[in-house]
Every structure is written in C-alpha cells, then in structure tokens.
Write a protein that binds this ligand. Structure first.
Ligand code: HEC
Ligand code: HEC
Length: 154
C-alpha cells in the first residue's frame, strides 16, 4: 500500500517536473531566489515548487530535512546553506542531471529538460534518505543434486 502510494507520488512528481520545465518563465520574469547554484536562476515559483516536492516525495522527508529555520525571524530561511543535507542534495542534483545528460542523452541544463527524466531522485531513493545498496535476500530453491552431464543428448 505504502509502496504503491510512493510510486504514484513519484510518477506525479515526474510528470509535474517535466511539465514544469517545459513551461517558460512567466510574465514577471526573474524569480526572487537568492542562492541557486544548480537550478536555473530564472526558475519560476511553480517549477521550484514541483522540484522541491519531488525531493520531499523521493526521500520521504519534510522541507526541514534540508532547510534551516531562522530563529530570530521565526521563519524558514530557504536560501541558507547551513544544513548539510542541502549540500548533499545539491551534489545529488548535479549527479542526477549528469546521468541524464551523459548516459540517456537528455540534453538541457539543470532541470531544463523537455523530455521525462530517466534518472530522478526517486530512481535510487524510493522514499528513503539512505537508498539500499544490496538487493533483498532471495529465497533459494532447494539444492538439486549435481546433474550428470555425460547423459545429455544421449
Ligand atoms: C533533499 C533536500 C531538500 C528538500 C527536502 C527541500 N529542499 Fe529546497 N532546496 C534544496 C537545494 C539543494 C536547494 C538549492 C538548489 C540550487 O542550488 O540550485 C533548494 C532551494 C530551495 C529554495 C530557493 C532558496 C533561494 O532563495 O535560493 C526554496 C524556496 C526551497 N528550496 C523551498 C523548499 C520547500 C518549500 C521544501 C519543502 C516542500 C523544500 N525546499 C525541500 C534542497 C531541498
Ligand atoms: C544514482 C542513485 C542516486 C540518485 C539518482 C540520487 N541519490 Fe541521493 N543518495 C544516493 C546514495 C547511494 C546516498 C548515500 C546514502 C547513505 O549514505 O547511506 C544518497 C544520499 C543522499 C542524501 C543524504 C542523506 C543523508 O541521510 O545524509 C540526500 C539529501 C540525497 N541523497 C538527496 C538526493 C536528491 C535530492 C536527489 C535527486 C536530485 C538524489 N539524492 C538522487 C543515491 C542517489
């Protein structure tokens, strides 16, 4: 049940992502974002929203997994780089873009890709902050006695 939900979530995220990136910047032009190093500087609020929700959905976390709160102003400081998870996420974003570009020939920089991405955060993370690197244990079939190969084709 949970798995199905996550898969749907990822799919929705993916569609949102690919729709968002094909759209051009709205009339008001430049966004107000202050600290973008990988995402395009002219990303719209809508696009940013779908990218960030793709992140939270893929890792099954909330915004504050990567973003810190400014306790003085009593509000989230989205631009701050004080959370190490945000720094990892930025590298992951670069890696994911490179994978799509290099190995799947999906051109376009950062999230500016007009075709659905082949590799997304969800491809590896599947709702976890620590993607598993080993396959689950498989049930082994009952051991069979060694075959007598001399009798083959006889
Ligand atoms: C897995 C980590 C991660 C999660 C979770 C996450 N973000 Fe981000 N966010 C980032 C990274 C990385 C950047 C910077 C991207 C870049 O440098 O191009 C960023 C940038 C932003 C910015 C732009 C800030 C600026 O002015 O530069 C906003 C706004 C933002 N995130 C909002 C959100 C919201 C809202 C959520 C929850 C729905 C969220 N983020 C969840 C990693 C994350
Ligand atoms: C090719 C596989 C792969 C892709 C694609 C991928 N990741 Fe990761 N990610 C990993 C692995 C492996 C780790 C290390 C987990 C560990 O340390 O156990 C990791 C770790 C992280 C961490 C650190 C988690 C922690 O607990 O400190 C963050 C944050 C993260 N990824 C965000 C992202 C985001 C955001 C994307 C999409 C832009 C993404 N990842 C895409 C494989 C991937």
């Amino acid at each position: 049940m949970k798995k199905t939900f996550l898969v749907i979530l990822a799919f929705v995220g993916l569609v949102a992502l690919s729709c968002a990136v094909t759209k051009t910047t709205g009339g008001d032009g430049h966004s107000s974002y202050k600290n973008l190093k990988v995402l395009p500087k002219d990303i719209t609020h809508e696009q940013m929203d779908s990218v960030m929700h793709h992140f939270t959905g893929s890792l099954n976390v909330k915004c504050n997994f990567c973003h810190v709160r400014n306790e003085e102003k009593k509000e989230m400081d989205w631009a701050a780089d004080d959370n190490k998870h945000k720094l990892v996420a930025r590298q992951m974003l670069t890696m994911t873009n490179d994978l799509n570009k290099k190995y799947f020939n999906l051109t376009g920089s950062a999230m500016n890709i007009s075709t659905p991405l082949m590799v997304t955060c969800f491809t590896c993370h599947h709702g976890s902050t620590e993607p598993s690197t080993n396959p689950p244990k498989q049930e082994r079939p009952q051991q069979r006695p060694p075959q007598d190969t001399t009798k083959r084709n006889g």
